[in-house]
Design a protein around this ligand. Structure first.
Ligand code: M6R
Length: 614
């Protein structure tokens, strides 16, 4: 997390930097700052809180920065030290001439800091990054060469970093380098850029160099030179960025989250186009690069993911096991990477990630790749680090998701699992043809059904108001909708800060039932199918303990009105497809509760859209 931008050229430096930082707000938004060299001085401006605070500060100081031709900027998601002005980047050295912005974590910063302090460095912040400022400064005093100073300093750093560094005595120059954190260099005419991600620079240029680990770039207005870690000048590949500058708009919705929820029917249509024409045609999934024989012989699938993507993976397990008869293990990437796993060349490993950048999932994927597994990546960012590790890549094409709470990327990931499972089942002949036809037909008509649901939001809004003062929530479900319960609870937690738990309904009586009383809402996800009657019984058990009863169902059984205080109806869908339908009212429920409580829906506290630290 954290976003960095660097600019050297003739435009208004602070405008380019803050414009770039705006596009990187998904990486963090608890504080921000810029450093520029103006009037022969390194000037640093920082602000706690949202980026707007920095923009306001810079507007006041515009006379102080107007001669600048070089600058670096940072938007922070705090790791070391609370989010305040002192800990905000850029950080500097004792004489204040050097400034550094950093994304990543310096793991050996304590040892380095102790050593540097002994040698006279004076620290002001609690960050790991300040160590880099002092270390590079020390090397610069020895070498009088900023690139060499950065090269020597980074050899002593452990952990992950993307860095941009400027120094008052090195005219119109940025030194940029990275290891296990993203950084690209944008190439312009008489100007150059560095940034954590494409949106920060796409307005200015479509030509870019993706730096590899340990490479160092030296940027001036008219040149970009790239060196490897042994100081050899190299010829990096210049890529044309397949992006158009877009103005992200809420299109009249109050928040991006609400807009993104409403985009879901089109996301499904978009995913299906070219992949599934009719219920009678076969699924086309050319993205899977394993040959038919290997697919037929697959005997195990391991899926790794985090957060909402993990919940999509759990649904994926149910779908693949149902249609393809292949065992699927799903594990949180953060757990998978720190234990002995038996994943090998006979296992298909699927990494699922909206951003394609999540550090834990990226590490899990790299580990499995090293063990010889075929890597299939399902992501919304086909240009991401994870996508670059892929042997097979399924882009979910949900479009840019701005809201930190994932919504449309979730249904897009589910679509990828449906199509993958259908494709595999058709190759293996593992599912009854009529059954597959029914599922395909259900997928094709699903967008209209969700659209219908989205025209009837009043009941969900009313429910949100009634339950918004609850301190806790339990979501229960069985079977394929167990993941829906987890995802519904996650949505509520992350944007309303209400404690919510997703539970397999059958497990309620093994402990959590002790919590039930007349203050606790229990939301039962009761989609018709194999487990409907079972979950009905579990709901009865909650009713007997006086819980506040909410049902989410596609059943038209009128008797439900007697058992439940509130019934949220959705159009009927096949049980295997039901997670696609059931999640929508839960996204809306979380949205309306958070909105009613006056929370910052699109940028909830403590979170970031892209989690690039382990
Ligand atoms: O980009 P990824 O899908 O890998 O991100 C994983 C999680 O950080 C993400 O899903 C997070 O849980 C969202 N805020 C959920 O809404």
């Amino acid at each position: 997390m954290c976003g960095i931008v660097g600019y050297v050229g003739d435009k208004s430096v602070c405008e380019v930097l803050t414009g770039g930082l705006s596009a990187l707000e998904y990486r963090g938004y608890d504080s921000s700052g810029v450093a520029v060299i103006a009037d022969n001085e390194t000037k640093i401006y920082k602000a706690e809180g949202k980026l707007q605070n920095l923009k306001d500060l810079l507007a006041e100081k515009q006379n102080e920065v107007k001669t600048a031709r070089v600058g670096i900027g940072h938007i922070r998601w705090a790791t070391h030290g609370i989010p305040n002005e002192i800990n905000a980047h850029p950080h500097t050295n004792n004489d204040g001439k050097l400034a550094v912005v950093h994304n990543g974590i310096i793991e050996n910063y304590k040892e380095l800091r102790a050593k540097l302090e002994q040698q006279g460095a004076i620290f002001h912040s609690e960050t790991d990054t300040e160590t880099v400022a002092h270390l590079v400064s020390q090397k610069y005093n020895e070498t009088h060469d900023l690139k060499e100073a950065v090269r020597l300093a980074t050899k002593e750093l452990e952990g992950a970093y993307a860095l941009c560094i400027i120094h008052k005595d090195v005219k119109d120059t940025i030194i940029a380098t990275r290891r296990n954190a993203p950084l690209l260099i944008g190439l312009g005419e008489g100007e150059n850029f560095a940034a954590s991600d494409v949106p920060a620079i796409i307005e200015h240029t479509k030509r870019a160099i993706y730096l590899d680990d340990n490479e160092i770039a030296v940027l001036t207005p008219n040149s970009v030179d790239v060196y490897d870690s042994d100081n050899n000048k190299i010829n990096p590949k210049v890529e044309l960025l397949p992006w158009e500058p877009i103005t992200l708009s809420k299109m009249g919705y109050k928040h991006f989250m609400l807009k993104e929820i409403h985009e879901q029917p089109d996301v499904i249509r978009n995913f299906l186009s070219g992949k599934l024409h009719t219920a009678d045609s076969k699924a086309i999934l050319n993205e899977v690069k394993l040959d038919k024989e290997s697919l037929k012989n697959l005997n195990r699938i391991q899926v790794v993911a985090c957060g909402t993507s993990l919940h999509a993976a759990i649904v994926g397990k149910y779908i693949i096991e149902e249609l393809c008869n292949i065992p699927v293990d799903v594990e949180a990437s953060s757990e998978y990477i720190y234990r002995t796993t038996v994943t090998d060349e006979h296992t298909l490993v699927i990494g699922v990630s909206q951003s394609g950048e999540t550090a834990d999932t990226l590490t899990a994927v790299k580990q499995s790749k090293a063990r010889g597994s075929h890597i299939l990546i399902i992501t919304n960012r086909p240009d991401s680090a994870m996508a670059r590790e892929a042997d097979s890549l399924i882009p979910v094409d949900a479009g840019i998701e701005v809201s930190v709470a994932a919504t449309k990327s979730y249904v897009a990931q589910l679509m990828a699992f449906y199509m993958l499972a259908i494709h595999l089942a058709e190759i293996k002949g593992s599912a009854d043809e009529n059954y597959l036809k029914e599922i395909k037909n259900e997928l094709l008509v699903l967008p209209q059904k969700i659209e219908l649901l989205l025209t009837k939001k009043e009941k969900i809004q009313k429910c949100s108001r009634m339950y918004s003062s609850s301190k806790n929530f339990i979501f229960i479900a069985r079977g394929i909708n167990f993941a829906t319960a987890l995802e519904g609870a996650l949505k509520l937690k992350e944007i309303s800060y209400i404690n919510a738990t997703g539970y397999p309904a059958g497990e309620l009586k093994h402990g959590p039932i002790a919590m039930l009383d007349e203050t606790l809402p229990v939301l039962s996800i009761m989609m018709t199918g194999k487990v409907y009657e079972k979950i009905l019984s579990n709901a009865q058990e909650s009713k007997a303990r006086n819980a506040r009863m909410i049902a989410l169902t596609d059943s038209t059984d009128e008797k439900l009105e007697d058992l439940f205080d509130y019934v949220l109806n959705v159009p009927h869908v096949h049980e295997l497809i039901s997670p696609m339908m059931a999640i929508v009212p839960l996204q809306l429920l979380a949205y309306y509760i958070a909105e009613f409580l006056g929370k910052d829906v699109d940028q909830p506290r403590n979170l970031a859209k892209s989690v690039t630290v382990e």
